[in-house]
Design a protein. Sequence first.
Length: 501
Amino acid sequence: MKKLIILKNIVLYCFVLCFIISCSDFLDESPTTSLTEEQVFGDQDNLKLLVSGLYTQWRDTRKDRSMLYYTMGTDEGKQGGQQVQENNFQAGLDKYNGALNATNTAVAGEWNRRWPIVSAAAKAVFYAKSDQLKAEAAFVRAAVNFELAMYWGQIPIVDLNNLKESRQPLEDVYKFIISDLEIAVAHLPLIQADKKMPTKGAAEALLGKIYMYAPIESNVRNFQKAIDYFDRAIPRYALIPNYANLFITTQNQNSSETIYGFQFNNIQPDNHQVQHQAGSRAVADLDTNTYFGGYDLAMPTTYCHTTIWLNQNGDTRKNASIRYDFTLPNGRVPNITWTGQVDELEPHTKKFEDIRTQGSQNFWFGGGIIYYLRLADILLCKAECLNELNKTTEAVELVNSTVRTRAYGGVLPANQRWGTMSQSDFRKNIMDERMRELSFEGWRRMDLIRTGKFVENISAHNPWAKQSGTIQAFHKWYPIPESEIKQNDAINEGDQNEGYL
């Protein structure tokens, strides 16, 4: 991170200026080295544009393949048969073999996409003169640091008041994330006209998640504090009656349930392109402009599309989130393509389909909202925390009365109500319920890590990991990229995550 964290570097100035002047003007400006740091960051109008741009940068980590990388390699998602053959580094994300190493370009790309956001957000926090602007910058720094810490473990702390370029203890990292979110909770507004900007409720919900998700070894995990923040956020939102409308109503997805979502539309460059990777290759090759076409990058595992739905008759989430039928709108039934991969017509996720593209635009232009935080997730998180505090009966009732009732159309049949169960049984059931509700929304890998089920569940339910037989506990964290070790004097080979040395 030497080139990213040493913030006086000219590369960062160019990064910042990209948000405040046009490309043509940029070419006509005097060299950025003639500008002082105060001139670049001290102008609050420029800083507002910078912070707005950071949210676009963060949003774009959910574009295309990047949205699916953290679902692949879990018990929820796996690569398609053709995809796993095409790129050894990418295949390593599912197989957990020798290709998942410090030179893995897929892993390095995700690491490198996040540090410019963290670095520029640190500048914005430092120079912001208004509490709201500081809070907006602090929120995005906290959210991205949370991702980095959950996926890579110990990370540097980018704080202009106390810059630490080496990997820091998890306790310090999570306390820093919490301090940023406390600023956000205190100073973000209840409503934002610009939907890409976070609200107080988003900060409260995310802070609750931090207290719940923080690794045990960080000494930060606190289920009661998590509940306290969830309880502040929950009354601000309401579940919508029809689960399917979370995904099919692509023109109006900022509903009462949305706490924070990444805003996309089906017009380039604001299309997210995830359906391009998540849909069926067989459909893509047989018909033009069919909205559920794609290239099988990440597909539901059998556990995700079949096993968790056993004995769940009537649950509307099944057919709203998983595509089992690939009959084209014109009635044509697709066949396997030249690749010969039978999984092309196995179930796929429906959550990124954009019916607006049907017959007019390629599925590449899909652009519905991508959820980051929504109420159903937070309700399930609260229930899990209640269970961990030995309030299992209360946890069961919360799940029954909210998420499961909505899943069954507003009336939960008696035979689908969760009954009395032990704390350990609840832990198993809530993980399945989270998959039924939240599959392919980006939380599964983190859920497996924080519950200690990473190796057990993946080795049992991910076909590529099972076939390879090489997944180990250290794989819960990705390797620090080799390029980072070479560029950052504060991180050397001995600082690599265990197992990748």
